[in-house]
Structures are given as structure tokens and as C-alpha cells.
Design a protein around this ligand. Structure first.
Ligand code: PEP
Ligand code: MN
Length: 356
């Protein structure tokens, strides 16, 4: 089996591959309006027909009727089309409707049974399949999905980096964890990797920055959600932009012909810095959580009339900290300094509770 590399099946010629269109197909008018506005500016028109929603009462997509609208898109604009498939019957319906490219969503990539069912359904078909990263930061599941489609004889496979879920509120809706996508590129240098800034950001403000970052990291393109009236979108309203704004983002991307050594150094540095930023955010979130528990202890001590500082407990904490710190290659001096600062803040908080 001849695996096609990214240049020969996508014919990128140094240009990024652009996929855009609404998160969900909602009405025929909405789909056609978006497609006409994007015509000539993108490579593939996307729309979710079957939507994997976290909660059962959310809009779950129009279903196969919307495939007729995608057919119309193709007939009226000449744009190639792509939809998400999550079951074998989605595959059959999409193929019947002449969809050009299939994509597997993040909530499907996590499930090897579902991926295998889809791979079985496309076996013997000559259709490109894009695979989004699994929703959890597990590169093996992503690789496993690639292998399943390869085994099914799919020679045109693409990867979509859409970020990874995590607990708590942070800058991103789905944390990029760039290093996982880069590892995937190293593992599969022949496969195109595109970024999906919409699902990474979860808002409109950061889309351009994330798209440019991906281009700087030598990604092959992007998938960006666009909707004629984003605020009224039936799904993912906050992150969608108008087709006009989407085109502005595509046209504003600074492309690099051939990357200079300086760029490569800068990219490595940027990547490491992003990792540090994400870890710092984790640290602060954990410290905040720890402080909340400490406040609960403060209330408990106040109710039971127990003193705030209990020397024996404090000694235990310090010892444990030094021991666990050593396991993570942290010096004793640093471990003591750190826990002392954290403990001081805890005591201050508990004192406030005692005084209240
Ligand atoms: C989507 O592209 O609208 C979608 C559902 O994406 P993901 O699978 O990345 O959540
Ligand atoms: Mn979406």
C-alpha cells in the first residue's frame, strides 16, 4: 500500500490547507450562505451533520437531510465538502451523498471500538480521512486511530490538532499541549497536520494568534469554524466567526517559504515556554484548590475550638514535602522554602477565619 505524503495528495505547494464552515449545519440557507461567502477562499467546506454533544438535550445535528445541503454546496460553489462521521451508517450516508473527505471527531478518537467500526466502514474506499486528536491528552489513542485507518487501506490520512480537555477554567477551552501534536508530527512526518483554533480557543479573540502559531510551527493548514450569524449559532456560538472574518484570518497569516534556523530555534523556545505557561497555570490552580481545603479546615478548627498551628502536623507536612520533592528531583532547600510559603498563606487564611 502506498501511503501518500502530504505534498502529493493535498498539493499544498507551500500554501496552508484551509477548511472552514459552520460548527453545525442548521438550515439550508445558513449552509449555502456560509459556502457562498467562503467560495474561492478555502479548500474544503465543513459542517457538522451529526453532533456529538456532551448533554442529551443539546442540538445533536440535523442528520442526513443536511447532506443534501452539502450536495448543493458542491454543485453551486464547486467547493469540496467534509463532515464528521462517528458510526458506520454516517460513513455510508456521507459517501452516498458524495462527501469528499471524512473526519473523525475528538470524542470518537478516544474510543477504539468506534474507530475500528468506522475504519471497517471505509475499508476499500478511496476517501481521505482526517483524524482529530482524542479529547484527552493521550497520543497513543491518536496513533492507534491512524494505524486502524491504515490497516483499512486508507492512504490519505490527515491529522487535526483541536486541543485537549482539562479540569478547571483556563485561558483555552481545550489546552493546546503543542508538544503532543509535535510528537505526532515526528511520529508521522508524511501525514499532514492541521490546527483547529476554534475548539482550542473556545472564543473568537485568540483564533488568529493560535492559527499563526501553528503556521509558525510548520503545520499544514487549519480548520476554522465560520457561520453567517455566529452569535445565533446552535452550537459553539462563542468561537465561531463570520466567513468574512475567517477569510481575514486566512489572509493575515504570515507564511514562511523555508524556515530559517533562527525560526526553528525560536519555535523550540516558544514551545517550551508554552509548556511552562501551562504548567504554571496548573500550579496556580492546584494552589488555589489547596487553599480552599485549608479554609475548610480553618472553619472546622474554629467550630471544634482547635488551635490553628499544630506543630506535629506541620513537621509531618514538611517531611513529606522533602521526601516527595526529592522524588521529583527538587532540592531539600527548595522544598522547605516552598512549603513554608504555602503554609504561611494557609495560616493567614485560617487566622482570618478565626477572627471572623
Ligand atoms: C467540531 O468540529 O465541530 C467538533 C465537534 O469538534 P471536536 O470533535 O474537535 O470536538
Ligand atoms: Mn464545533
Amino acid at each position: 500500500m502506498m501511503i501518500q505524503n502530504r505534498e502529493n495528495w493535498l498539493q499544498l505547494n507551500g500554501k496552508p490547507l484551509i477548511i472552514s464552515g459552520p460548527c453545525s449545519a442548521e438550515t439550508e440557507e445558513q449552509v449555502l450562505e456560509a459556502a457562498h461567502a467562503l467560495k474561492g477562499k478555502i479548500d474544503y467546506f465543513r459542517a457538522g451533520i451529526w453532533k456529538p454533544r456532551t448533554m442529551p438535550n443539546n442540538f445533536e445535528g440535523i442528520g442526513k437531510d443536511a447532506l443534501q445541503w452539502m450536495k448543493k454546496v458542491k454543485a453551486e460553489t464547486g467547493l469540496q465538502t467534509t463532515v464528521e462521521v462517528a458510526t458506520p451508517s454516517h460513513v455510508h450516508e456521507a459517501i452516498k451523498a458524495g462527501i469528499d473527505v471524512l473526519w473523525v471527531g475528538a470524542r470518537t478518537t478516544v474510543n477504539p471500538f468506534a474507530v475500528q467500526d468506522i475504519a471497517d466502514a471505509v475499508e476499500g474506499l478511496d476517501i481521505p480521512v482526517f483524524i482529530k486528536n482524542p479529547i484527552n491528552p493521550d497520543i497513543k489513542l491518536w496513533m492507534g486511530a491512524v494505524e486502524r485507518f491504515r490497516k483499512a487501506g486508507i492512504t490519505r490520512i490527515g491529522l487535526v490538532h483541536r486541543g485537549f480537555s482539562f479540569l478547571g477554567e483556563q485561558k483555552y477551552r481545550n489546552r493546546p499541549n503543542w508538544q503532543i501534536a509535535i510528537e505526532m508530527m515526528i511520529e508521522y512526518p508524511e501525514l499532514p497536520m492541521i490546527v483547529d483554533p476554534s475548539h482550542i480557543c473556545g472564543n473568537r479573540e485568540m483564533l488568529q494568534e493560535v492559527a499563526q502559531k501553528a503556521i509558525d510551527l510548520n503545520y499544514d493548514g487549519l480548520m476554522l469554524e465560520s457561520h453567517p450569524t455566529p452569535n445565533q449559532a446552535w452550537s459553539d456560538a462563542k468561537q465561531q466567526v463570520t466567513p468574512r472574518r475567517a477569510i481575514e484570518i486566512f489572509e493575515s497569516l504570515v507564511l514562511r517559504d523555508s524556515r530559517q534556523d533562527d525560526d526553528l530555534v525560536q519555535n523550540d523556545l516558544d514551545l517550551l515556554r508554552s509548556e511552562i505557561d501551562e504548567l504554571d497555570a496548573d500550579l496556580l490552580q492546584l494552589l488555589g484548590k489547596r487553599m480552599e481545603v485549608s479554609k475548610r479546615i480553618g472553619h472546622f478548627k474554629k467550630d471544634k475550638n482547635i488551635t490553628i498551628l499544630q506543630p506535629k502536623r506541620w513537621e509531618e507536612i514538611v517531611e513529606k514535602f522533602i521526601e516527595q520533592g526529592a522524588k521529583h528531583k527538587l532540592s531539600k532547600a527548595f522544598a522547605v522554602k516552598l512549603i513554608t510559603a504555602i503554609h504561611e498563606e494557609s495560616i493567614n487564611n485560617q487566622e482570618k477565619i478565626f477572627r471572623s
